[in-house]
Ligand binder design. Sequence first.
Ligand code: FES
Length: 213
Amino acid sequence: MKGKVTITIDGQQYQVPEGEKLLWAALDCGIYIPHLCSIRGEEIPEASCRLCFVEIEGLPDPVTSCTQQVWDGMVIRTRTPRVDRLVRTAFELLLSNHKLRCSECLKNRNCELQKIARERKLKLKLTRLRPMLEEKPVDDSPDGFIYDPNRCVLCGQCVRVDRLVGTGAIGFVNRGFSRRVATFADIPLAASRCNQCEECVKVCPTGGLVFKK
Ligand code: FES
């Protein structure tokens, strides 16, 4: 059985499981750290969204909390000018390639982007960057869900879950702002090897994959 270690987050001490990743330890303690790409229990986190930065005493630069294991005596600050700047920039970069009409989105009010904006008092609109979204076709071929690449944040959770359940129907294609999740051969989901288990829909943090009802 795992032991406990003591860490300090924003001046408050907590006992957390030894070896736990800092992101999940903090969330379990009720401390919110923005995150989109990490899956609890994953041995090697994706660390692609760059939203979960914190500062740790003794380390020269902010680090991603999803990749950092806790240690006894660790002292963490979740809100510093450097952390806030990094999170704000990463968040706006995501928005620059995202369809921002929330009222038309089936995930409205249940979206992680909205939660991050609320928690960190960030605007859900572009203030420094220009929109880079190239509108892509929506795939509504599955019976129970829709894939809208314009609302996807490329967190990769769907692709990793799809692999975990052994379907292997989807992966990433292209690079830069053209990067998107697609079936192999880029055919509609209903025509692909997707068996519509909907596990990918359950983990999608935004309106990228969303139930029709
Ligand atoms: Fe850590 Fe995405 S949750 S980089």
